[in-house]
Design a protein around this ligand. Structure first.
Ligand code: PHE
Length: 448
């Protein structure tokens, strides 16, 4: 069989061993770790939530992550055709397509938020962020205007360019440079935040659990976030898996990716909570946390413009490496389905994603923010439908497929017989049941 590389011949364009691990970490580590994780941790009780998140990541996230990688390598196709090949049943193509559509939707608004971070990096480095209007007003004015569209376009173009270059010289090379760079930036910022006066209270909030704050909803939010954070349910790891050589151990790769994702979330927490607490700010602020709360802290600290700029660059880099993976999913599909060249497929998909993302860019206080359905803006709907509905549905499809339908997963997963049993059990029972609960809560069928 030919790889998802389509015209690239017999999988000529594939990841190297470390290239695959870095690209998968690059996908996993994104706005989820740096932007979403801190504010939901703030909202759902701090350290106890973090602990539950770690358990979810290990007990449910890792098995599903391995399943996706294995499906991709076994099926050697996109997120839809891989399952068709492995099961011999056409009907799985439609289920697989759900996640491809989900990736497409996430990409359309993810590029918008990634654009915001680029603008904030610029504002911070040039000092324009500081000394003017209060940060809430500044953020509101920015996302209320047309400038976000410019940045959205920039992100889409950059992402498309990387994906168009291909797997090994595009996606792999991009991640090989940026992911290690990200660690350096993170460590620098962790040192800065831990040495602030009063940082201790933030460390305490983040790492000293108070279980009385934990609610059943918090547990399901943690699980949903473990999926989002590992890029599961969106066909990403299936698509990337199709470019992995048969010699590579997928179980080791999955472990490395899970650990990498956790490490980045941990470091992000060590930056954000000490900084927030040192300046007596509120950690349970919601999505505005990094754009509205943190600038207050950067303004007050020595060399704040520099550290603020670095922080937003970090956010942008993390977002870009995820955006690349999100775009690759529909691109791989288009290439295989319509026998299109990579370049053509990329630009066509990217243009459509940009257009579909426009109302998202303009609906957070901007020109079309008045256009709400059921109290949600376009942006909110995209986020809600993709992360709260399509993502758990996509995750469920994968667990059911790998747990019940695909018979010889054994040869791809390279686990010992004992671990294989554990893995199958997690995929057959633990993950689907929990994911259904997440789906019911996050889609609002059961209220919190
Ligand atoms: N994992 C990414 C993050 O944490 C988001 C993402 C979700 C990327 C699903 C790809 C697929 O930001």
């Amino acid at each position: 069989q030919e790889g998802a590389g389509g015209s690239g011949g017999k999988s000529s364009d594939q990841f190297s061993r470390y290239g695959f691990i870095l690209a998968a970490i690059g996908s996993a580590v994104g706005l989820g770790n740096m932007w979403k994780f801190p504010y939901i941790t703030g909202k759902y009780g701090g350290a106890a939530f973090f602990l539950v998140f770690i358990i979810c990541l290990i007990a449910v996230g890792l098995p599903v992550l391995l399943a996706e990688m294995a499906i991709g390598r076994g099926g050697r196709g996109n997120a839809s055709t891989s399952m068709v090949r492995l099961s011999g049943k056409k009907s799985w193509g439609g289920f697989g397509f759900i996640s491809i559509f989900g990736s497409f939707m996430i990409f359309s608004y993810y590029a918008v938020v990634a654009g915001w971070t680029l603008h904030y990096a610029y504002l911070s480095f040039t000092g324009q962020l500081f000394g003017g209007a209060d940060f809430g007003t500044q953020f509101g004015d920015f996302i209320g205007g047309y400038l976000p569209v410019f940045y959205q376009l920039l992100v889409v173009l950059l992402t498309a360019w990387v994906v168009a270059v291909g797997i090994s010289s595009g996606i792999e090379r991009f991640n090989k440079i940026l992911i290690p760079g990200l660690v350096v930036l993170l460590i620098l910022l962790v040192i800065r935040s831990l040495t602030l006066d009063g940082a201790g209270a933030g460390v305490e909030f983040f790492l000293n659990p108070d279980f009385s704050k934990l609610s059943p909803t918090a547990v399901l939010v943690a699980l949903g976030h473990a999926f989002f954070s590992l890029s599961l349910g969106m066909g990403v790891m299936i698509t990337y898996g199709a470019y992995v050589s048969k010699q590579q151990s997928l179980s080791k790769a999955a472990l490395a990716v899970g650990f990498g994702d956790l490490l980045y979330a941990f470091l992000a927490g060590l930056i954000i909570f000490p900084t927030t607490f040192a300046f007596n700010l509120e950690p349970a602020q919601g999505p505005g946390l990094v754009f509205v709360v943190l600038p207050t802290a950067f303004e007050a600290m020595p060399f704040g413009a520099l550290f603020g700029g670095l922080f937003f660059i970090l956010l942008a880099v993390a977002a870009l490496t995820s955006a690349v993976s999100l775009l690759e999913v529909p691109v791989a599909y288009v290439m295989e389905k319509w026998k299109m060249s990579r370049t053509k497929a990329v630009w066509m998909t990217a243009i459509i994603c940009f257009i579909v993302g426009l109302p998202s860019a303009l609906s957070v206080g901007g020109a079309v923010s008045g256009l709400t359905f059921g109290g949600k803006t376009f942006f909110d709907w995209m986020d809600f439908l993709s992360s709260n509905v399509l993502l758990p549905v996509g995750g469920l499809v994968v667990t059911l497929f790998a747990g019940w339908v695909w018979k010889d997963a054994y040869s791809e997963a390279d686990l010992t017989p004992g671990w294989y049993k554990v893995w199958k059990f997690a995929l057959r029972w633990v993950a689907p049941i929990l994911v259904v609960l997440v789906l019911l809560i996050s889609s609002g069928v059961i209220s919190e």
